[in-house]
Write a new protein. Structure first.
Length: 308
């Protein structure tokens, strides 16, 4: 075999690599931002409000090195609330089932008990973990302290798999991908190359509506809402008609979401339509209403339906 044939065989071997990678970290560590940056498309909603990711969201990266299927898990934190316990269970199940783990740490925050909780949860899987220390572009970044924390709590992770990044500014994201590919097993692709997510259309639209709502509402409201797609129909070749309900927990919250003269719900609807236009190859006509589902976060039937 000549050198050219050897190089071609090596490239083909690399290209066969495929990995299911769980992204873990504290709420607001930048997991969703990393996912969107790596995929080059909007996959997961982004908000300054912690714990806006509720489901295991898949984003797909295809390069000459192979395919990485990312799963953006809900932010892990210590809590005994029913909904938060379900979120932690979702993330924990993903960790054990993954080929590799990307642990994202916010370098602007102190590494207290919550960070230690996540590090200890992930520690048994250190051999398949890459650590990305995020938000290093921020003036408040304490990246040296973050590196020290990783070395002390996860001592078996080599230096090459501890990477300083800025997901927002797309700094060293490719280096993270290379380390993940190094951990990836040889396997056929799970999805066609043109895919960047496997989310269903109704789920994506519901998440878009929720994102537009939580980024405009008062601090206590965002975690009290969920979105249900009631009806969805392609009425023309390039027009999808959607009827959705934005649920809140209390009657007083309903008035806040609707707003004076229905200004708030109108804004959420219009901005959701604009966001859909950037993602889908057809227009989306959205009928959006607000209803009350009292104390829904304590109802197993609702949690089972929206936390998949």
């Amino acid at each position: 075999m000549n050198q050219t044939e050897e190089n071609q065989e090596e490239l083909e071997s690399i290209g066969e690599k495929t990995a299911l990678v769980s992204i873990i970290g504290r709420p607001s560590a930048g997991k969703s931002t990393f996912l969107n940056t790596a995929c080059g498309e909007k996959v997961s909603i982004v908000s300054s409000i912690p714990q806006t990711t509720r489901n295991a969201i898949r984003g797909i990266v295809n390069t000459s090195l192979g395919q990485i299927v990312f799963v953006d898990t809900p932010g892990l934190h210590i809590s005994d609330k029913k909904m938060n316990l379900k979120l932690t269970k979702t993330a924990s199940e993903q960790i054990s089932d993954s080929d590799a783990i990307l642990y994202i740490i916010d370098s602007t925050r102190e590494h207290g008990e919550e960070e230690k909780f996540i590090a200890n949860l992930a520690k048994p899987f250190s051999e398949k973990m890459v650590v990305a220390i995020n938000k290093t572009e921020m003036p408040t970044s304490k990246k040296d302290e973050s590196v020290k924390f990783v070395k002390e709590t996860l001592p078996s992770i080599p230096d090459s798999r501890i990477i300083l990044i800025s997901a927002k500014e797309d700094q060293n994201v490719n280096e993270v991908l290379r380390e993940l590919y190094a951990l990836a097993p040889k396997a056929p692709q799970l999805y066609p190359e043109e895919y960047y997510t496997d989310q269903e259309v109704d789920f994506r639209i519901a998440e878009i509506i929720r994102e537009q709502a939580i980024n405009r509402l008062e601090q206590e409201i965002p975690h009290s809402i969920y979105v249900s797609i009631e009806d969805m129909k392609m009425v023309k070749e390039n027009l999808l008609r959607v009827r959705a309900i934005l649920y809140v927990e209390r009657e007083s919250q309903k008035g806040i979401v609707i707003g004076k003269g229905a200004a708030m719900i109108k804004t959420i609807r219009i901005e959701s339509i604009k966001a859909c236009r950037k993602i889908f190859p057809y227009r989306v006509d959205l009928d959006l209403q607000v209803k009350v589902d009292k104390n829904w976060r304590q109802k197993d039937a609702v949690l089972t339906r929206i936390l998949k």
